[in-house]
Write a protein that binds this ligand. Sequence first.
Ligand code: NI
Length: 169
Amino acid sequence: MIYPVVKYGNTVLEKAARPVEKFDEELAKLCQDMFESMYGANGVGLAAPQIGMAKRLAVIDVTVGKNPEAKIVLANPEIIHAEGEQREEEGCLSVPGFRGNVARPQYVTVRAQDATGKTFEMNSEGLLARAFCHEIDHLDGVLFLKHLGLVKRDLIRRRIRKLQKTGQW
Ligand code: NI
C-alpha cells in the first residue's frame, strides 16, 4: 500500500513521535508499505510522521531501490556519535519543491532496532549520514527548514503560505 505523504503545515510533522513498542507482523507490513511509499515518491528516506503516524520509525535507501541490501529500517533510532561537517542542499518529501543548504555531520553512528526489534549500530558518512540526521529529526518533530538561515526559511514559509491560500499545497 502506498501512503500519501503529508506536507508541511500538518501538525503531525511538528510533534515528537512515540517509541515503537510492538515488533509484530503489522510493523513488518508498515515498513514494507513505507519503502513502497518512499520509492513511489522518489525519496531516499521516509519517517512515519510523514504518513501521519507519530511513531519513532523511519526507512532509508540512499540507492532509491537500486540495491536491495541498502534498505534500512530504523525503529527508535538515536545518534550515538557524530563527527565532522558537510554542507549540501537538502530537500524533504513533506516540503516538495523547496531545497536549502543544511550543515550536517559528515560521520554519524546510529543505534536503532530493525523491523524485528533487534538492536544494531551502523556507521555512515556523506549522504547516508545526512539521511540519518534528517529522518531522526522528523521523529523529533523537526523539519530541515529549521536548519536554514532565517531569511531563507522565511522566504520558503511565505511561498508555502501563498500556495496554501490558493489551494495548491
Ligand atoms: Ni524529510
